[in-house]
Structures are given as C-alpha cells and as structure tokens.
Design a protein around this ligand. Structure first.
Ligand SMILES: *[C@@H]1O[C@H](CO)[C@@H](O)[C@H](O)[C@H]1NC(C)=O
Ligand SMILES: *[C@@H]1O[C@H](CO)[C@@H](O)[C@H](O)[C@H]1NC(C)=O
Ligand SMILES: *[C@@H]1O[C@H](CO)[C@@H](O)[C@H](O)[C@H]1NC(C)=O
Ligand SMILES: *[C@@H]1O[C@H](CO)[C@@H](O)[C@H](O)[C@H]1NC(C)=O
Ligand SMILES: *[C@@H]1O[C@H](CO)[C@@H](O)[C@H](O)[C@H]1NC(C)=O
Ligand SMILES: *[C@@H]1O[C@H](CO)[C@@H](O)[C@H](O)[C@H]1NC(C)=O
Length: 453
C-alpha cells in the first residue's frame, strides 16, 4: 500500500511537549498471527487448547462482573475491570514496538478492552515468561510517567471525580482485571511504532500505556495486550484512527497471517468489493466497563432459510449493560443468551444425521457429533445467518459455526447461562473483513479470503 506521510493527531495531549506524530495518511497495516502458529502443533491440539482456555475464561466471567460493581479501590490504585472473556489460545496477536530504539513485542488484539499494556523490567517473579525481550523503561529516553495533565491518567481522573487531591506526581498504579487474569503496573507514556513492513512504519509519541510489573500467567504467547475498545485509553482512540478493520484467517489455518488495518485504509480495503453489509452500533451504556464494548443489534438468527423462533427481546440491551450482544476479537466461541442458544442447538441437532456424542469434557461444547471416521469430511449444512439491525445479514458458512475436533464435529457456540452478555466471538468472524467505523458508529462486514488480503 502506498501511503504518503501525514499527521495523526494524538487525541489527547498525553505528554507535555509531545511532538506530533509522523503517521501514514492511509493508516497502518499490521499482521496478526495466532499464538499457536508454531510448527509441531496439530490442528486438533490447537483446537482443544483454544477451547479449553476459552472455557476457563468463561468460567470466571460472572464473578468478575459481580466483583467489579462492588470494588473499592485501595488508595492510589485504579481497578478498571472489564467483563471480558480474555483471550488465550484462540486469540490473534499483533506485533508492535515500544520505546526508543523501538523494541518489538507481540500483543493480543482485543476489541473488548481498552488498556494497551506490556511488561516492564524490572518485575521479578511476578512477570510471566514472554516470547520477546522485556522492555526496560529506564533505557528508553522517550518513556515518561503519565502526567497529571493527561486526561488518560486514571488516578488523576478518579481523584477529580471524587473531589480529592490527585496522588503526588499522579504516578498512577493500575490493576486491570479481565474475565480471567489481571495485570498491574504504572501508567506511562511512550513512543510506539506500528506497521508490519519498514515501508509503512509509523512512529507515534506520547501513547499512554500500562507498564506492568506484575501479572497473572494468562497471557502465554504474548507480551501484553492492545485494547481496541471504545474508551479513551484504547489504541483506536489514542491514534484518533476513526476506524479499524481486521480480517481473520480460518482458525485451523495456523500458517497464514491475518490483517489489522487502522485508519482510513481500513475502510478502503473493507468496503472494496461486493456483499458489504452495515449495521449501526447500539450505543453503549456510559458506565465502564460496558462503555468499552461494541454492542450490536442482533434481531434474529436463521439456519438455512428457516428463521429460528427466538423470543423477541432475547438480545435486548438493559440499562446496566447486560442482555445485549457485543462483538469481540478476544473471545473465541460465540455465546448466546440461553433462550437463543437452545433454538440454534435444536436446529443444528435436527439437521445433522450423525450420532450425538458427549464431547463436553474434551471441548467444553455441548453439542458434538461422532464422525464415522476422523478423516471423513462432515456432512454439509446450510449456512447460519445472523440478522442485524438495518437488514444487515451476516452469513456464516458451516465452517464458521461447526468445529472439527478429532473424530468429533461440534457446534462452536455456547449458552450464556450466567445471563450477562452475549458475545460474538472470533471463530464466527473468520474470513469476514470487519470494519469498525467509530466515527459513523457502524460495523460493516463482507465475506473475504483473509489470507490473500
Ligand atoms: C512493582 O512496582 C511497584 C512500584 O514501584 C512496587 O511497589 C512493587 O513492589 C513492584 N512489584 C513487583 C512484583 O516487582
Ligand atoms: C490485581 O487484582 C487481582 C484480582 O482482583 C488480584 O488477584 C491480584 O492479586 C491483584 N494484583 C495486585 C498486584 O494487586
Ligand atoms: C501459561 O504457561 C504457564 C507455564 O507454561 C502454565 O503454567 C500456565 O498454565 C499457562 N496458562 C494458561 C492460561 O494457559
Ligand atoms: C480493491 O479491489 C481491487 C480488485 O480486487 C484491488 O485490485 C484493489 O487493490 C483493492 N483496493 C484496496 C484499497 O484494497
Ligand atoms: C467427563 O469427566 C467426568 C469427570 O472427570 C467423568 O466423570 C465423565 O465420565 C466424563 N464424561 C465423558 C463422556 O468422558
Ligand atoms: C434493531 O433493528 C431493528 C430492525 O432493523 C429496529 O427495528 C430496532 O429499532 C433496532 N434496535 C436498536 C436498539 O437499535
């Protein structure tokens, strides 16, 4: 992509005297890989691993949400919990670089949270083992502790809200908790470098980030996370990118690279072609963490030509942020409110003429069929259509809703039995080019062959 150079204004002035960035006018292109894109991992192992970890994450969701509403932060600490089923195993990883000189590291791309963070030296035994060298702020001249004047300084903001005095120097320690896992450290600002090839590399100073010196070990295969949510701390907001898109290569394809585009290039690529559908985002409740999420208006589901008898209002968003459906790059398997999941399950159950087998121990999924032989291709099924507001139909071919695992063929969806939120996971987003236009408040999508993008 030929990209002339221009300026992307960092949305808020995070560091006094931060130089404006040289940035590509068209935007930034980043490759996304899978954690398990390693030689020696078979597709089946990969699937099991991802499902097992996704299940593990989901198990903690209810508790996290409950504890977040009653959290009382110790002085000087900000807990910014997100509800999220945090990635692991089924996640997509982007490579970016931090500091001067730029040091690259892999990070999970997550539309369900905001904070951009990486591990910082020194952090002793509370650091998890990461695949790249540890970033050391004291050897980077562009590192700053995030100043009080920054609108993104969580401690200063919290103090202002409470009418209290911000902590001295506003050095702000956070502890960000996720559906599974947490990370804690000091809020800083740094120069980041984006772009997958030297030709379209972009350096942006003054990005607020989390310099973590203690984390749980839920982040295997990465060195942190890049939040792409709606909040001010997310990379999309800080770059004032206005939009971003991604195109995720198939789950079992552990070789190809997926693509993430930030800025206008995202629209140019995602809207280029036929079959593009757009649906408005449903406004998020203003309270964190719900204000982070991208809610969609799911009005119904069809399997083949048959519209499923899902009760009206099954996906209605309640004032407290529960009840709706969000789209998330950091969750693997879609979860649906039970009233909807039951109908989907029944439809698939009646269409597949194979013996049902209990695959729940191996996969965490509750509808699995035994294949006559593990190498046999499964029977074909009609596509499943998710109907979104404004007539935007998202057509999921069978490989986007059924998953092959050894001798089993399972429905790659689950029931959201804790009743909080339904989540459109990344397994269902394979081979779709998906554009989040945060200026126009719309999500657009079109079928694509993501490995060739
Ligand atoms: C992280 O940094 C803080 C502030 O400097 C310090 O109090 C804490 O002990 C450090 N934690 C670890 C695990 O190094
Ligand atoms: C951060 O919060 C999590 C979840 O509440 C907790 O388990 C962890 O110990 C906290 N970490 C630090 C360094 O306080
Ligand atoms: C991450 O890796 C560590 C060490 O290999 C392991 O103990 C831990 O269970 C892994 N965590 C997850 C969530 O897979
Ligand atoms: C749009 O599609 C055409 C034809 O496939 C392709 O040649 C062109 O590079 C695409 N443009 C962008 C911006 O992706
Ligand atoms: C699943 O695991 C439980 C507990 O380990 C065991 O009792 C049960 O028999 C297993 N079910 C199948 C179908 O393997
Ligand atoms: C969802 O979409 C339907 C059909 O397009 C529309 O009637 C309804 O008002 C929308 N609901 C929300 C919350 O946007």
């Amino acid at each position: 992509m030929a990209a002339s150079l221009r300026v992307i204004v960092v949305l808020v002035c995070v560091t006094a005297g931060a130089a404006l960035a040289d940035a590509a006018a068209g935007g930034v292109r980043v490759g996304l890989t899978r954690i398990h894109s390693e030689p020696g991992v078979t597709a089946s192992q990969f699937v099991r691993d991802a499902l097992r970890r996704d299940m593990h994450r989901r198990a903690r969701f209810g508790r996290e949400l409950a504890s977040s509403s009653s959290s009382s932060s110790p002085a000087g600490t900000v807990s910014a919990p997100t509800r999220k089923d945090l990635p692991n195993g089924g996640e997509y990883i982007m490579t970016l670089a931090i500091g001067t000189p730029p040091q690259s590291y892999p990070a999970i791309a997550d539309t369900g949270s905001d904070l951009v963070w990486t591990q910082c030296a020194p952090c002793g035994e509370r650091c998890f083992k990461q695949p790249s060298p540890l970033y050391n702020p004291s050897s980077s001249p562009t590192f700053r502790v995030l100043p009080c004047s920054s609108a993104l300084n969580l401690c200063a903001a919290e103090a202002r809200l409470a009418g209290a005095t911000p902590p001295p120097g506003c050095a702000c320690r956070y502890n960000q908790t996720y559906g599974t896992g947490w990370t804690s450290g000091l809020q800083g600002s740094e120069t980041f470098t984006f772009g997958s090839s030297p030709a379209d590399q972009v350096r942006v100073p003054g990005i607020a980030f989390g310099c973590s010196n203690a984390s749980s070990d839920d982040w295997n295969g990465s060195a942190g996370l890049v939040g792409l949510g709606r909040g001010g701390l997310s990379l999309v907001s800080q770059l004032a990118a206005g939009m971003f898109s991604y195109c995720l290569t198939p789950f079992q394809d552990t070789k190809s690279k997926s693509t993430l585009l930030l800025g206008p290039a995202a629209a140019a690529a995602a809207l280029n072609g036929t079959g593009v559908r757009s649906t408005p985002f449903v406004p998020s409740p203003s309270k964190p963490p719900m204000s982070t999420y991208y809610y969609l208006n799911l009005t119904g589901i069809s399997v083949g030509a048959a519209a499923l008898p899902i009760p009206p209002g099954a996906f209605a968003l309640r004032a407290d942020g529960t009840g709706g459906l969000i789209i998330d790059s950091g969750t693997t398997i879609t979860s649906l409110v039970d009233a909807a999941y039951k109908r989907v399950r029944a439809a698939v159950r009646s269409l597949v003429k194979l013996p049902v087998t209990d695959g729940s121990n191996a996969t965490g999924l509750d509808l699995c069929f035994a294949l006559p032989s593990s190498s046999a291709p499964p029977a074909t099924l009609p596509s499943m259509t998710l109907h979104f507001g404004g007539g935007a139909d998202m057509v999921l071919p069978v490989e986007n809703y059924m998953i092959l695992d050894g001798g089993m063929w399972c429905l790659a969806m689950r029931s959201q039995t804790d009743g909080e939120l339904s989540t459109l996971g990344n397994y269902q987003q394979q081979n779709l080019h998906i554009l989040y236009d945060v200026q126009k408040e719309t999500l657009s999508f079109a079928p694509a062959k993501c490995s060739t993008l």
